[in-house]
Design a protein around this ligand. Sequence first.
Ligand code: SF4
Length: 225
Amino acid sequence: MQKGLTAILDQLDTRDWLQKALFEISEVNKRPTKPLDYFYASWAGDCPRGIQYIMNGLMPFDIDAKGRRIMDNGNYMHTRYGDYFKSIKRLIGEEPAFRKDMDGVFISGRGDLIVLDELEKPQLIELKSINDRRYKLILNAPDEGDYLQWNLCAKALGFTTGAVFYENKNTQAVKYHYVTYDEKRYKIVLDDFLMVKKYNDLGKLVPKPEVCPNPKWCAMRKSCK
Ligand code: SF4
């Protein structure tokens, strides 16, 4: 019932200029799905079958205007924390980018912030804006997928230490975990990417994982066999 009501309220009222403007913004900012021949660092730890779908332009981009705003809110967290660290003169880099061959796969990505610690040593900080439910699940360690992503960026950018930093988007509470570069975690990601590359080259579908890691939200959940 509540969902139905939300759907009705979300319907476009063409007499309302602001609603029309918001609709136009969401249309203009839609990103078309297109085939890719390289990997994004942000895919570290993701379902290999899902990565293959994205690389081949098969994963539908089904984020609506609200989803887009949620995503953008997370992205702008980087700007905000960049400003925070800048204000205490500890920021030395924002969104350091890389595009390079890493042991046989071409990877594009970027870290979030480079911040000086108390010994003036640069630390790579990965920022995550997460909801209350996920925030409560982060206890003694960072989320493994987030660690894998930080780890891959650390390898590419030449860092050995840093932190995965979480902000609760419902409450603005924060927590973080210090992390160190781990070769084993790098190999896990690399092996996944190499497998996807191999199956792409063969023109075959990557085997579906025994347990689907994202049965509720994956846009391919109905057609992925
Ligand atoms: S439905 Fe599950 S197994 Fe298939 S691509 Fe999506 S996450 Fe992977």
